[in-house]
Design a protein around this ligand. Structure first.
Ligand SMILES: [Zn+2]
Length: 124
């Protein structure tokens, strides 16, 4: 094992941790910073990891709801903007009564709602 150190990107707290020897060539500053940030307990680092979990949760939900992979990928593009609060809400109207709404949430960063409304009308 190789002992390496990195610093949290938010508070600068230095963390020492071990990685397999084989990783030696692949260790970048970016990797060390990411790992140290994941291990840090400062508020900013914890918030960042909560947001990351929210992103993963929302992506899984979108994949479950939308059958069309291209539309699902399009919806997933919006997720980080909603989590950051840069977009308050986005509605994707797939057509035929199917909608997906992604919204900011104060507690969980993002909320999502998928609905399918079936309506029929007699043709003229
Ligand atoms: Zn930190």
């Amino acid at each position: 094992m190789l002992k390496v150190t990195g610093a949290c990107k938010y508070c600068g707290q230095v963390a020492t941790f071990e990685v397999p020897d084989a990783w030696g060539d692949r260790l970048t500053d970016e990797f060390l910073t990411e790992e140290a940030t994941k291990k840090c307990n400062c508020v900013e680092a914890l918030t960042a990891s909560e947001k990351e979990n929210a992103r993963i949760r929302a992506e899984k939900y979108v994949d479950r709801c939308l059958e069309d992979k291209e539309i699902a990928d399009f919806a997933k593009e919006a997720i980080p903007y909603v989590i950051k609060g840069e977009i308050e809400a986005i509605t994707i109207n797939v057509g035929l009564g199917e909608k997906l709404i992604l919204k900011t949430s104060s507690k969980r960063y993002i909320s999502a709602k998928h609905s399918i409304t079936r309506q029929t009308a007699m043709e003229e």
